[in-house]
Design a protein around this ligand. Structure first.
Ligand SMILES: NC(=O)c1ccc[n+]([C@@H]2O[C@H](COP(=O)([O-])OP(=O)(O)OC[C@H]3O[C@@H](n4cnc5c(N)ncnc54)[C@H](O)[C@@H]3O)[C@@H](O)[C@H]2O)c1
Length: 247
């Protein structure tokens, strides 16, 4: 058992685990004694992170899956549980960037429908007792609005689905969400936002005077999943360095 109370050898599935917040969560989970289902669209990235999990002495199972494809999600859950046994923990992190050229209906289906599809497949797979899920929302849609109509809408809907799980499915699962602000991930770096005028002004307003590292988000996710966070249910935790309060 580690400091968070995880039983060594319990398993977690992390979606979008090939990069950024998902990768940091998978690696931190392995350090906390968990075996990890490393799910990602990108096969090479999933294999690489599963390798990192292995180097930490835990089992990493790479799964190439588009979480927007329900049949693929069901197959991935079957393959993961065949390798790892019942999976006690789930992190729904995968999702397209807000700049993706997607139509509203498709984007909401992929962003929110996927969170529901993965969660239902996981619960149907016999998620172990004391199961817990953390969904990755955003301050977008929950505390602020952004330029993308579908991103803002989808992230708010993920918070709503989290509250539904926390109250109506509490017999099966404890559910929480994180709402990151600005996180220094490959996606964010590629956007060049930190160097833009708007980005620089935003960072200046963050009381902690920096953007989040992926590990800042992973640490909160691990706490919310863990037995130490066992009475935390239904929260949407802002992780923005206090930036939203200071606007
Ligand atoms: N970076 C930020 O500032 C920030 C802020 C708030 C919320 N978020 C949320 O955090 C999550 C992770 O973002 P990130 O910045 O770490 O991104 P990232 O691009 O670094 O990593 C995302 C990973 O998810 C995978 N992925 C994307 N769509 C997928 C799909 N349909 N099926 C399976 N895998 C898929 C990608 O291949 C990639 O490896 C997203 O849900 C994002 O909306 C990010």
């Amino acid at each position: 058992m580690d400091g968070l109370g995880f039983a060594t050898g319990d398993a977690v599935v992390v979606t979008g685990a090939g990069s950024g917040i998902g990768r940091a969560t998978a690696v931190m989970a392995a350090r906390s004694g968990l075996d990890v289902g490393v799910w990602d669209l990108d096969a090479g990235a999933a294999e690489a992170v599963a390798g990192e999990v292995g180097e930490l002495g835990r089992t990493g199972v790479a799964c190439t899956v588009d979480v927007g494809d329900t049949a693929a999600v069901d197959a991935a859950m079957a393959a993961t549980t065949a390798s790892l046994g019942p999976v006690r923990y789930l992190v729904n992190n995968a999702g397209p960037p807000s700049t993706a050229p997607l139509g509203f209906d498709d984007a909401v289906r992929v962003c929110v429908g996927s969170v529901r599809a993965v969660t239902e497949a996981w619960l149907a797979s016999g998620a172990a007792p004391d199961a817990a899920v953390v969904n990755v929302a955003s301050i977008a849609g929950n505390l602020i609005a952004t330029d993308s109509d579908w991103y803002t809408t989808a992230k708010a809907a993920i918070a709503g689905y989290t509250r539904y799980l926390a109250v109506k499915r509490a017999d099966r699962v404890r559910a929480n969400a994180v709402a990151p602000g600005f996180v220094d991930t490959p996606r964010m770096r590629a956007s060049g936002f930190a160097d833009s005028e708007v980005g620089r002004a935003m960072i200046e307003r963050i009381p902690l005077r920096r953007v989040a590292a992926p590990e800042d988000i992973a640490g909160a996710i691990l706490f919310l999943l863990s037995p130490l966070g066992g009475y935390t249910n239904g929260v949407v935790l802002p992780l923005d360095g206090g930036g939203t309060l200071a606007q």
